[in-house]
Design a binder for this molecule. Structure first.
Ligand SMILES: [Zn+2]
Length: 157
């Protein structure tokens, strides 16, 4: 019964809750949801999208328009993804994380995890879990999103 309720909750319109929120909340969310009595869940519906504040320029998923990052959290535009240019962000929302694995990138060996849009499941880029060279340490815990998976949203003119 609990499981059935949770599945239904995923389908709630995302704009029902949260409102304006400049949250540093970021993926990954790991493991099952904490169990709680059914009555508590009904009074506090779980939403699966986070919303960035309307007062900020932001980037959204090009495929489903889920919010991804604030322009304020952009660190660098000079990254290269597998399919073109990519941006480095300090924090993101609505993003899920795959398992970390070691990869040799242009800038050396890193432990990275693929990230995907939690709403439409499109792979967006990756997260730097660990960098092994001191000059690359600043990227640890940061997120790469490829440009062709993002659109500029809200107040860019
Ligand atoms: Zn999406």
């Amino acid at each position: 019964m609990c499981v059935a309720w949770v599945l239904t909750a995923h389908l709630l319109p995302p704009w029902q809750a949260l409102g304006s929120l400049c949250s540093p909340w970021a993926a990954p969310r790991v493991g099952p949801l904490p169990l709680a009595p059914a009555m508590v869940r009904i009074s506090k519906p779980k939403t699966f999208q986070a919303y960035l504040d309307d007062c900020h320029r932001r980037y959204s998923c090009a495929h489903c328009r889920a919010h991804l990052a604030n322009h304020d959290d952009l660190i660098s535009k000079s990254f290269q993804g597998s399919q073109g240019r990519a941006y480095l962000f300090n924090s993101v929302v609505n993003v899920g994380c795959g398992p970390a694995e070691e990869r040799v990138l242009l800038t050396g060996l890193h432990a990275v995890a693929d990230i995907h849009c939690e709403n439409c499941k499109t792979t967006l880029g990756w997260k730097y879990e660990q960098a092994f060279e001191s000059s690359q340490k600043y990227k640890e815990g940061k997120y790469i999103i490829e440009l062709n998976h993002m659109i500029k949203d809200n107040g860019w003119d």
